[in-house]
Design a protein around this ligand. Structure first.
Ligand SMILES: Cc1cc2nc3c(=O)[nH]c(=O)nc-3n(C[C@H](O)[C@H](O)[C@H](O)COP(=O)(O)OP(=O)(O)OC[C@H]3O[C@@H](n4cnc5c(N)ncnc54)[C@H](O)[C@@H]3O)c2cc1C
Ligand code: FES
Ligand code: FES
Length: 1310
């Protein structure tokens, strides 16, 4: 027993996804709110080989975060340390805790972020550096990043850049753009990582200002001392040296976990429980349980069976134990590749190529080879390569052993070729390749790493000795059917053929016949996938040809191999993953500025260190209390339907269920007439909230949701697309229109282009999903609400009207928000109001899973625009007429405002004398779209920029002269020389094309209404001199609290160390405005300034009297003299208005100007773009930045988010019935660490729109490819420019072959 408790020496990160994975609540785990990570069950008693888990372990560690529950984001990363029985060494590896079954941790030490360091004791260098390098913004991803980096350093104290990229590839961050995180990691690397960036004098610097490139002082970092790391618990070591051979059984209500100690026991158990799966990494079983509801009452864990981890080699091949993790497989293969001659390691190299890109490091550490093979996922990267490599599976049962091939029939799951129920996969035999044999692997995914492949392939060819005649050929594909497909027929027909162009053509034709995808294949992308099938084969053809032509491989019959033109060789290159370089320049403060004045200096985020140690408290980290209740939402499964009946009887009968809230339980107002909190009579979209279950545990609430039966009657029409909405005249609000000059007349005199533009929507994908905690008080109907929101006053008002109680009884608290981006302006109020309805004591909480969050909340509005532009030959634009439609979803939400902003901002940095902009918000049967960073600007300006690009393409780049800003000029200088280099590259490379683009930006700051610019602050000075600042802004990661303290410090002339901001609360600053529209720091800063100035004025007489006194002396004196040490500051706001009737107004207080240029490289054969060879330069006029480090972080973060919008974040996918399929990081790809521009140079605040420079650079590259291929027809790349769209636009003979057999699309685009 005592040995078991050792497991939690540093804290076992146990997540309740474990509960979902293996239903641990049935294993008597303490019910708890997500993610209350640490009340571990290890306090059970040991009894006759069984460990009953019945006592909570009273440790609360909330540092590890929960953001997706599917292993896809890395927020929950922890380090597991185990004694390896084979190497007899301690193995440290990172894992995603959300998929780690707690029972699998037997014998392991788990280190969470709390075990690494603390602000209270000692910070670890990893934590210090990520914070001081400004690698944290909202901080929700930071503990995961820290743990990935920490684990890397435990294994490699001086890692290479490649190792750093690999280690962080499984961690997502939505805020920073990754550059500063990588930069902190590079400070440990064995390279000249971070240049010493002392303040460089810039030619334009004045005597007092200079341009700086140093955002942090590297010399201040404490060194990494590996000798100081935590040791592996000696007790666990003793346990490992003398392993327990008995079978351990963990019993639960519904699940039994059995962990045999010997192979013999395992085989016997498999006979007894033939249906029980073997659980290893749980990366397949776990997600299937969560998303498909798979349930297994018995689980067999072979983790303690060392035979399954054995590796052996012979002169013919390599045998790897099925229990080895994919990370171990990678090391084993790398070892063999370094030892054996190249010709023997073809299959190993091909596997290694995929193993570098498959998932993230954590998943590769967890997933086993056996689990991977046996899961037979259609997208499996390894199975196609193993299949072509003649791999054999060594099976074992009580009856003995046998071998089966990993072939087409096995992969198709044919019973005759499969394991028997009582058999297990013991090991995998992969033979060496031979002379004249070539093996290769290909994959194309939305992102370079941590993304399932659209298509993946393994290919092998064997030639007759000394010839180019095909003796054997194997081609296997993943992603093109329900299972990995072997193109056996095609291969058979190609035997005996020479490796030449006619064979290539024939092979493509045969492959397209054999690897056929039905038009309605889930996921769609049929043409793209079929194109990849042949494009990959073409790559293989070239690769093999190049190998054959190598010296030493001469044809015996004296024939020559076909020549490959140098221009074609670029088809063979892969984009490598390297750490981005770049320089961030900003204007330093005036040299006369007082040293203690922090304004304008790159001060670290106030919570940076706490983010890095996991001590920063988010809404859900608030300690649980006894008898708290949990809420889960019942949502509509129909897109447009009448509710016939709601049957709650079964749900209410379930254990732990307290109540189900319906619209009838609401004492006050149930939202607006056309936007209900809880549906009444009818539903308008899939995902609309109908009712909410309240139960004692979250698991009970979720089970009850499944038992709530709602009968519907479908209604007509059901509208999903903008096109359908236009057809049905289904709009949410009247048209918004702006007009100037005389558009019609101007059009009469000029050439015209008429085009359509589509811009996809976007999911906020804030790392911290929506969450709220409601604590009713026992008196006077008072409520405390802790909520992750950008607008606590809105939550407060909504709860007040819902409960029909005055606003003054409700206090909303916001400590910090794990990312908002507009998605936490409106929705938190809905959740807060529903959670408050029952007034349950001691409190009730609601936390949305990533799946529900994505289903319910809506995102950025997709846009469809039509433009007509009139221009002169010179490129001067004389008239522009744009009409836009956005998909608003089923209720108004912010759609009218978004339409207005879209129209008002569409002109961007151009000056067009005759223009007409019109916009409408369409009503469809999808969840309501809402505010999102940029508020329509990123969509609208893409239309304008597309139009400018089209004119420039016709007339030359002079069309862009109208964008006359300073920042623009600074980028243009190098543009022309780079354009020439790009042209030169493109001339030399047929299958790779580079593109270059530069876009200007004029971004209006603020709201188009004066009343929205007011702000207030409350500043208290306490008798010890410490200062408490409160203001109306919310900390979303954008560093507003840090900036506010900088302002207060300057005004009061007191160091920030004397100051504190506790939270944003409606009790201290009432009637606040949402923190949005890029104006929070401005208006709240002025309010803080005002409060501080009032206080200083009061203190002036005291200071005058005792000028030599200290701050503390003055405060003491002020108190003695009865001078109030508390002041409210107020800022009335900027004038801004818009009269839509008249089409007149002055809607914005001021603008921010910027420009970005990007250079990308596109693989025309796969559509992969960037990810390397990209360079981005951003210039922003941020005026006087309060904090350049924070502002640069915002620029880079929003640029990366914009790049996601325009390139990788494929529109959310819905079924034809309107059911959202994109429910997590595996279906929806935000940019990853490998997507950061290789060279990222920034100067001065930015906007999402600048990310479109990547989009236009891609379009430029595609246009070049099309010109070269003589494709006359015009084209417009649709946003996002996903690999699919890019590939299909780079039309060539392969796309032509596919188009001949066109199929209808799978689902309509939204
Ligand atoms: C976030 C994420 C990203 C991913 N990305 C990729 C990717 O890019 N490419 C890719 O190819 N895959 C990817 N995967 C899938 C991953 O490779 C597989 O889930 C994994 O390899 C399964 O291994 P496991 O040990 O976790 O299996 P488990 O989930 O533990 O088990 C899976 C199945 O295998 C059976 N099994 C396991 N071992 C044996 C044995 N020895 N004998 C008999 N049966 C056995 C079990 O009974 C069970 O049915 C991803 C998974 C996740 C969660
Ligand atoms: S929460 Fe575990 S990986 Fe996302
Ligand atoms: S700082 Fe990475 S998600 Fe916010």
């Amino acid at each position: 027993m005592s040995s078991v408790t050792q497991l939690i020496r540093y804290g076992v990160a146990f997540t309740d996804t474990w509960r979902q994975a293996t239903d641990s609540s049935d294993l008597h785990l303490t019910p708890q709110r997500k993610p209350s990570w640490l009340e571990t069950p290890w306090g059970g008693h040991y009894h006759g080989g069984n460990l009953f888990l019945d006592r909570p372990f009273p440790v609360r560690l909330t540092g590890t975060k929960y953001a997706c529950g599917r292993g896809g984001c890395g927020a929950c990363t922890v380090m597991v340390s185990k004694h390896d029985p084979v190497s007899r060494k301690i193995r440290h590896f990172s894992v995603t805790a959300c998929l780690v079954p707690i029972c699998s941790l037997y014998g392991a030490a788990v280190t969470t972020v709390e075990g690494v360091g603390s602000i209270k004791t000692r910070l670890h260098p990893v934590q210090e550096r990520i914070a001081k390098s400004h690698g944290t913004q909202c901080g929700f991803c930071t503990p995961g990043m820290v743990m990935s980096m920490y684990t890397l350093l435990r294994n490699h104290p001086q890692p290479s850049e490649e190792q750093l990229m690999e280690a962080l590839g499984g961690n997502l961050c939505r805020c920073t753009g990754y550059r500063p995180i990588l930069e902190s990691g590079r400070t440990f690397c064995n390279c000249d990582a971070v240049s010493s960036r002392t303040g460089l004098t810039h030619p334009s610097s004045s005597a007092f200002t200079k341009i700086c490139t140093e955002l942090f002082a590297k010399d201040e970092f404490q060194p990494l001392d590996p000798t100081q790391e935590l040791i592996f618990p000696p007790e666990l070591l003793r346990m490992a040296e003398n392993p327990e051979k008995r079978t351990l059984t963990f019993h639960g209500e519904r699940v039994t976990w059995i962990s045999p100690g010997t192979l013999k026991d395992l085989l016997e158990l498999k006979v007894k429980h033939p249906d029980a799966p073997l659980i290893l990494g749980n990366t397949s079983l776990g997600p299937a349980k969560k998303s498909q509801g798979h349930f297994h009452p018995v689980l067999l864990s072979p983790a303690r069976i060392s035979e399954l981890s054995m590796v052996s080699t012979t002169s013919e091949g390599l045998t790897i134990g099925a229990g080895c993790s994919l990370a171990q497989v990678k090391d084993i293969l790398a070892g063999r590749v370094s030892e054996l001659p190249e010709e023997k390691t073809q299959t190993y190299r091909a596997l290694l190529k995929h193993l570098k890109r498959l998932a993230g490091q954590q998943i590769r550490n967890m997933a086993s080879l056996g689990g991977h093979i046996m899961s037979r996922h259609c997208y499996s990267d390894l199975n196609p390569v193993l299949a072509v490599g003649n791999t054999a599976l060594n099976l074992m049962s009580k009856e003995g052993t046998r071998q089966i091939p990993l072939d087409r029939d096995f992969l198709a799951g044919l019973a005759s070729a499969d394991l028997k129920p009582e058999e297990i996969l013991e090991s995998v035999y992969i033979p060496h390749s031979q002379r004249w044999e070539f093996v290769s692997a290909f994959r194309q995914a939305q992102c370079q790493q941590n993304a399932l492949a659209d298509v993946t392939a393994g290919m092998r060819v064997l030639f007759q000795e000394g010839t180019d005649t095909i003796e054997d050929l194997s081609l296997a594909y993943g992603g093109v059917g329900d299972a990995t497909i072997s193109a056996q027929k095609s291969c058979q027909q190609l035997l005996g053929r020479h490796w030449n162009e006619p064979m290539l053509d024939e092979a493509c034709r045969l492959l397209l016949d054999e690897v056929s995808l039905p038009g309605g294949a889930p996921g769609g992308s049929v043409e793209f996938k079929r194109t990849l099938v042949v494009s990959f084969f073409f790559k293989f053809y070239l690769e093999v040809l190049q190998e054959l032509k190598k010296p030493g491989k001469l044809l015996s019959d004296g024939r020559h191999f076909p020549e490959i033109s140098d221009r074609f060789l670029s088809a063979l290159e892969d984009f490598p993953a390297t750490v981005p370089q770049g320089v961030q320049r900003y204007q330093s403060v005036d040299s006369h500025q007082a040293l203690q004045d922090p304004v304008g200096r790159p001060i670290m985020h106030l919570s940076g260190l706490k983010h890095a140690t996991g001590e920063a408290i988010f809404c859900d980290d608030i300690p649980t209390v006894d008898k708290e209740l949990f809420m889960a939402l019942v949502t509509s499964t129909r897109a447009h339907a009448k509710i016939i009946s709601v049957d709650l009887s079964k749900a209410l009968e379930l254990p732990g269920v307290v109540d189900v809230i319906t619209a009838e339980d609401i004492p006050g107002t149930n939202g607006a007439e056309d936007d209900r909190l809880l549906a009444v009579d009818k539903v308008l979209c899939v995902g609309q909230i109908v009712c909410a279950v309240v139960a004692e545990t979250e698991a009970q609430a979720k089970r009850a949701v499944e038992e709530t039966k709602i009968a519907y009657e479908d209604l007509e029409p059901v509208i999903f697309t903008i096109e359908d909405a236009i057809k049905h005249s289904s709009f949410l609000c009247p048209e918004k229109k702006l007009e100037q000059g005389n558009v019609e007349k101007a059009f009469e005199e000029v050439d015209q282009i008429v085009e359509e533009v589509h811009v996809g929507g976007q999911e906020h994908f804030y790392m911290e999903t929506q969450r709220v905690l409601v604590i009713p008080k026992t008196e006077d109907k008072e409520l405390d609400i802790y909520v992750s929101t950008q607008d606590p006053a809105h939550v407060q008002k909504t709860v007040s009207s819902t409960l029909d109680i005055p606003i003054n009884r409700i206090t909303c608290h916001v400590k910090r928000v794990g990312g908002g981006f507009g998605g936490k302006v409106g929705r938190p109020a809905v959740l807060g109001a529903i959670a408050a309805v029952g007034n349950w004591l001691p409190h009730s909480s609601c936390l949305l899973d990533r799946e529900d969050d994505m289903l319910i909340t809506g995102g950025r509005h997709p846009l469809f625009g039509k433009y007509k532009v009139g221009f002169m030959n010179s490129g001067r634009i004389r008239a522009l007429d744009i009409e836009c439609f956005i998909n608003g979803g089923c209720t108004l939400d912010d759609s009218e405002l978004v339409t207005e902003f879209l129209i008002l901002k569409m002109e961007n940095a151009y000056k067009i004398h005759n223009l007409r902009f019109r916009g409408r918000a369409c009503m469809t049967n999808l969840p309501s779209n809402t505010a999102f960073r940029g508020f329509g600007f990123p969509q609208g300006t893409l239309v304008t920029e597309s139009c400018i690009t089209a004119v420039a393409a016709k007339c030359g780049p002079s069309a862009r002269k109208d964008a006359g800003t300073n920042v623009w000029t600074s980028l243009k200088s190098s543009f022309h020389s780079r354009r020439m280099q790009v042209a030169e590259f493109n001339k030399k490379n047929y299958w790779r094309k580079r593109g270059l683009a530069v876009v200007p930006m004029k971004f209006s700051v603020g709201f188009a209404a004066t009343s929205f610019h007011q702000a207030a602050a409350l500043v208290h000075i306490y008798t010890d001199g410490s200062v408490l600042v409160t203001h109306g802004g919310n900390e979303l990661g954008q560093g507003i609290h840090t900036k506010m303290l900088q302002v207060a410090s300057r005004e009061l002339k007191v160091p920030t160390s004397h100051m504190h901001i506790c939270e944003t609360s409606t009790a201290t600053v009432p009637n606040t405005i949402a923190t949005a529209a890029s104006i929070g720091s401005d208006v709240n800063g002025r309010a803080v300034q005002n409060a501080c100035q009032i206080l200083l004025k009061r203190l002036e007489p005291i200071i005058k009297k005792n000028p030599e006194g200290t701050w503390e002396d003055w405060i003491e004196a002020a108190f003695e003299q009865r001078i109030s040490l508390s002041a409210t500051g107020y800022f009335r706001g900027y004038e801004a208005f818009m009269d839509w009737e008249k089409g007149e107004g002055d809607p914005f207080p001021y603008y921010v100007y910027g420009a970005a240029s990007s250079e990308v490289e596109v693989d025309c054969l796969t559509g992969a773009h960037k990810v390397k060879k990209i360079r981005t330069d951003i210039v922003m006029d941020a005026c006087c930045s309060l904090n350049p480090a924070i502002d640069i972080g915002q620029i880079e973060g929003s640029f990366t988010q914009g790049m996601g919008l325009y390139t990788t974040e494929e529109e959310l996918k819905y079924s034809p019935e309107g059911v959202l399929y994109s429910r997590g990081p595996d279906d929806y790809k935000i940019p990853t660490i490998t997507d950061v521009p290789e060279e990222f140079n920034g100067l001065g605040e930015s906007g999402m729109f600048l990310g479109s420079s990547v989009f236009f650079a891609i379009a430029d590259a595609v246009a070049t490819a099309r010109r070269e291929r003589d494709i006359a027809e015009d084209f417009t790349v649709r946003s996002p420019a996903t690999p699919e769209r890019v590939r299909m636009a780079c039309a060539d003979r392969f796309t032509e072959m596919v188009r001949d057999s066109r199929l209808p699309p799978w689902a309509p685009p939204f």
